[in-house]
Each structure stands twice: as structure tokens, then as C-alpha cells.
Design a binder for this molecule. Structure first.
Ligand code: ADP
Length: 486
């Protein structure tokens, strides 16, 4: 089976969040199971390719965007020993910018994001045509790649090259939909009938890329089973619940995996001390050194809580804010790594000043430090309001860093609440989105921590969990096969 994967991010070339981790791992897992896979992302920064042998397709193509011809070239990297190629759409105007989506000077999204990703979609379609490589399945991720199924079913509907090509849209986070002012629709070179009230693109007078893709893709998946249900409800549907409910029989959830070649404490190259479930002494050393680096006192019997996150409302920081004083009166220390909304930068900076021997905050994006925190912390806090899948709680399980999460989305599907009667469980789970429920869960965890035996049992139960990509890839490929047969 030939699978084209299109996304705006991919580890190790460009990353702002979990989407990049997924695209860095899933295509390889699909290729390992015998599919021929090509990934496409925009080329933002040529330096990202410097450690690889880059081949040119020799293609020098143009697509029309808003009536002007935009040219691009296509380079690619071959994966070792797998039928897998990483292809890059190279157009300097649109993609060689400091950040992926946001203008650093204004702090707002680039004003031409609609044009950039509409261009990307058409460029991908023209690229595979130019390469003479016809996919069976086009698997697109999030709103940035969402225009591919739309163009395929409109501008390219009569193109024999794409006859019988099936499309799958994976939604990694329904809150990000790619919405733009209504008058920008005419710049997309699409039939007007797609933009009138209740038509595929129209969303309260705006253009909505994700909505259009939901209407134009053959199947829709999300990144956990729980989230697949949640997005069809008023609470989590972000205004698209009606559109999604109409397609309910075509929606399914496939839990993301973890790339254990990158995220395993036994072979992680980014942590000072490797360790195993059978010998956890390295974990303790990682903690002692990290506390030293952070300037926090080493208190052996005090649990260290880690947070690595975008500092966004989604992640439940308002709950932490409500009970911050109570949290820091408990016997715990905390290290926070994150960037995002200014109000949360301020919150954590103020708390750091107030509790200097309990809290260290790094307002940065730092992948190596993220690994170290995972390896050093005793608990990982993720009280999300919603969480399509979440990766850090799965990394935490592998690192023996007991997750404390809210029962929502992928968090609900991956962490089992500790049961003191049976001693079973892999973490601490609370349901209600209230600061009281959060406080109770933290209290439960902090009071159990000094009891080494049950605590170690929880750690080891987590370390045994297997969320490998092989499972997820297998499920995607079965879905693709079914779709081709239909
Ligand atoms: P989301 O995609 O909603 O941001 P996920 O948990 O699915 O959340 O994925 C987040 C990914 O980004 C993880 O790999 C996490 O380690 C990483 N990450 C988030 N913030 C930072 C940061 N400040 N520094 C380093 N890595 C981060």
C-alpha cells in the first residue's frame, strides 16, 4: 500500500508540539509493516536537514495561489532500510521564517497562514504528480494539511492521476481549526458554492479549513478513543460537534504511540544517568543533579513534581492557579518547563518568588531539559481541561514518573487510577474539572509517596506499559485497507 502523509511538523525537522512527535514516528512504523510511505512537510529551515543526505527530485513546479504563480522545489531524504522518504516542499517566501505559525514581532499568527497552507496542499498534490508516485491513501494531519482532501475533491476531482485515492484526516486537537476572515475565501481558488451558510467551509461567517476537511475526507480519526467520543459532544466539540455527529460512522480513535527509541530511560542519550525498572538508582541521581542545577535543596523524602507543557488554558493551569498556595504548603517540590500564555508565565514566576525552595520555573522550549525532567521527577502533573491524546503522561509512565492526570481524552485512556485496596494502578486520576478534585488527587499522591513499597509498585506498573507505535500503525493500516476495499 502506498501512503502519503502530509503535516506541517515532524520530528526531527520542525516541532512546536505533539503533532511533530507523531509524524516523526508513525510513518516509520507503517513502513516497517510493509507500506511504501512518503511524508511531506514544508521546508522551514534548511539547517534542519544538515545531518542528512538530501536528494533533489529535480522538480521545479508552480501552483497558483490567489491568482499568482508560486514556485517550489521538492527535496527528500531516504530513511535507512525502510520504504520511506521524507519530502520537503521548498518555497522561501512562505516557509523560511523564524517561527512556524507565529510572527515573533507581533506575537500573532502570520496574516497569510491561509495562503501558506493552501499553497502547501496544492504543492503536495503537484509534487506527487510530478514524481509519478500515486498514493492509495493520503493521510493528512490537522488544519495545516486539511486543504489536501478539499482540493482533491474539487480542483482535482476529474484528474485521472488521483482517481480512487482515499483520504484520511487525523485531528490532533480540535481547538485549532484554521479559521480566517470570510472575504479571504476567494483567494483559495475554490468554487463559490463551498462558501455560503451551512456549506463545507463556512463557519459563522469565517472560512474554516478543518471543517472543510471533515466534510471532504473519506475517514476521520482522532488520537484516542475517548477523544473520538468527546469531540462529538457540546462540551468538547469546539462548535464542530454537529458536523462531526453527521459523520459519526466514519470517525474513530487510534491512540498515539511513543517512540521508545527516543523516550526510554534505559537508552535516553539526553539524561545524565540511564536506569531500568530493575535498578532505579539512576533515577535518583538524575533527581539529585537536576535539583542542584535548579538551585532547589535536595530533600530525599520530598517528591519532585514535573510539568512540561505548552502554558495554555487547555492544560488546566487555571486549576493550579486557584490552589497554588495550598499546593506549595504540601511537602513537595516542583520543576516547570514551558512557554505560552503570558498570564501563566507571570503566575509561575510569582510562585517561584514566593516559594523559592519549592519551585523552579524554566520559561523555555528545551527538549533536552524535557528528557531530564521526565527522568528526574517522581510525579508528572497534567490536569488538562481537555487532552486529545497527550504524550507526556505516556513518557512519564515509561520513566517511572507517576502521572497525576485528569480523566479526559487520551489521559483517561492511558492512566489507571491507583486503588489503595488492591495496590493496582499506574497513576492518580481525578474526574471533575475543579481545583478541589485536583487538590485531593495531589494530596493522595503526596501522602503515598513516602511509602516506598506501594509507590515503587505504581512506578513499575507504569514502566511495563507498552504504547509502542507498532500497535497504532497496525490499526491505521487496517483502516486504510478497509477504505481501499470499500
Ligand atoms: P501538545 O501537543 O498539546 O502540546 P502533547 O503532550 O501531545 O501536548 O505533546 C507535547 C510535546 O511537546 C511533548 O513531546 C513535550 O515533551 C513537548 N514539549 C512541550 N512543551 C515543551 C517545552 N517547553 N520544552 C520541551 N518540550 C516541550
Amino acid at each position: 500500500m502506498r501512503v502519503l502523509v502530509a503535516s506541517s511538523e515532524m520530528v526531527p525537522f520542525a516541532k512546536t508540539g505533539g503533532l511533530a512527535d507523531v509524524i516523526g514516528a508513525l510513518p516509520a512504523a507503517m513502513a516497517k509493516q510493509g507500506s511504501e510511505v512518503k511524508t511531506f512537510i514544508p521546508l522551514y529551515d534548511p539547517a534542519a536537514l544538515k545531518d542528512h543526505t538530501v536528494h533533489s527530485t529535480g522538480l521545479d513546479l508552480k501552483v497558483s495561489v490567489n491568482g499568482t504563480q508560486k514556485s517550489f522545489t521538492v527535496d527528500y531524504i531516504k530513511a535507512k532500510r525502510l520504504p520511506l522518504e521524507y519530502c520537503f516542499i521548498d518555497n522561501g517566501d512562505y516557509f523560511k521564517r523564524l517561527q512556524l505559525y507565529r510572527d515573533e514581532r507581533t506575537g500573532s499568527d502570520y496574516t497569510d497562514n491561509d495562503m501558506r497552507f493552501a499553497f502547501f496542499a496544492r504543492a503536495v498534490l503537484e509534487a506527487v504528480k510530478g514524481m509519478g508516485w500515486k498514493p492509495d491513501i493520503i493521510h493528512v494531519h490537522d488544519w495545516q494539511a486539511a486543504m489536501i482532501p478539499v482540493y482533491l475533491k474539487t480542483l482535482y476531482a476529474e484528474d485521472p492521476f488521483f482517481a480512487n485515492v482515499r483520504t484520511v484526516l487525523t485531528i490532533h486537537n480540535l481547538a485549532y481549526q484554521g479559521t480566517f476572515d470570510g472575504e479571504r475565501f476567494e483567494k483559495l481558488d475554490l468554487p463559490e458554492k463551498l462558501f455560503f451558510p451551512t456549506s463545507p467551509f463556512e463557519f459563522y461567517g469565517k472560512v474554516n479549513f478543518l471543517k472543510a476537511a471533515i466534510e471532504h475526507s473519506d475517514r476521520i480519526t482522532t488520537v484516542s478513543e475517548r477523544y473520538a467520543e468527546e469531540i462529538q459532544t457540546d462540551e468538547h466539540g469546539c462548535g464542530l460537534q454537529g458536523v462531526l455527529q453527521r459523520r459519526t460512522s466514519d470517525i474513530s480513535g487510534i491512540l498515539n504511540g511513543v517512540d521508545y527509541t527516543i523516550w526510554s530511560p534505559s537508552r535516553d542519550k539526553k539524561i545524565p544517568y540511564n536506569y531500568y525498572a530493575a535498578n532505579l538508582s539512576g533515577k535518583k541521581m538524575n533527581k539529585i543533579e537536576l535539583l542542584g542545577k535548579a538551585g532547589l535543596p535536595v530533600r530525599e523524602k520530598t517528591p519532585l513534581v514535573g510539568i512540561i507543557s505548552r502554558l495554555a488554558d487547555q492544560k488546566g493551569f487555571d486549576l493550579i492557579a486557584e490552589i497554588a498556595d495550598e499546593i506549595f504548603q504540601m511537602d513537595l517540590q516542583m520543576i516547570v518547563l514551558g512557554t505560552g500564555e503570558e498570564k501563566y508565565h507571570q503566575l509561575f514566576e510569582e510562585l517561584q518568588q514566593k516559594f523559592p525552595d519549592k519551585l523552579k520555573v524554566y520559561l523555555a522550549f528545551d527538549d533536552s531539559l524535557a528528557h531530564w525532567i521526565e527522568a528526574a521527577a517522581d510525579m508528572f502533573l497534567m490536569p488538562s481541561h481537555y487532552e486529545p491524546c497527550g504524550l507526556n503522561q505516556m513518557y512519564s509512565l515509561k520513566y517511572g514518573t507517576v502521572p497525576l492526570v485528569r480523566e479526559v481524552g487520551g489521559l483517561a485512556d492511558t492512566v489507571d487510577d491507583y486503588n489503595p485496596r488492591t495496590g493496582e494502578g499506574t497513576g492518580f486520576v481525578f474526574s471533575e474539572y475543579t481545583s478541589q478534585a485536583l487538590r485531593e488527587a495531589i494530596e493522595r499522591a503526596v501522602s503515598l509517596y513516602p511509602r516506598r513499597r506501594p509507590w515503587t509498585k505504581i512506578m513499575k506498573a507504569g514502566m511495563r506499559q507498552d504504547f509502542s507505535w507498532d500497535k497504532a500503525a497496525w490499526k491505521y493500516l487496517r483502516l486504510f485497507e478497509e477504505l481501499i476495499r470499500d
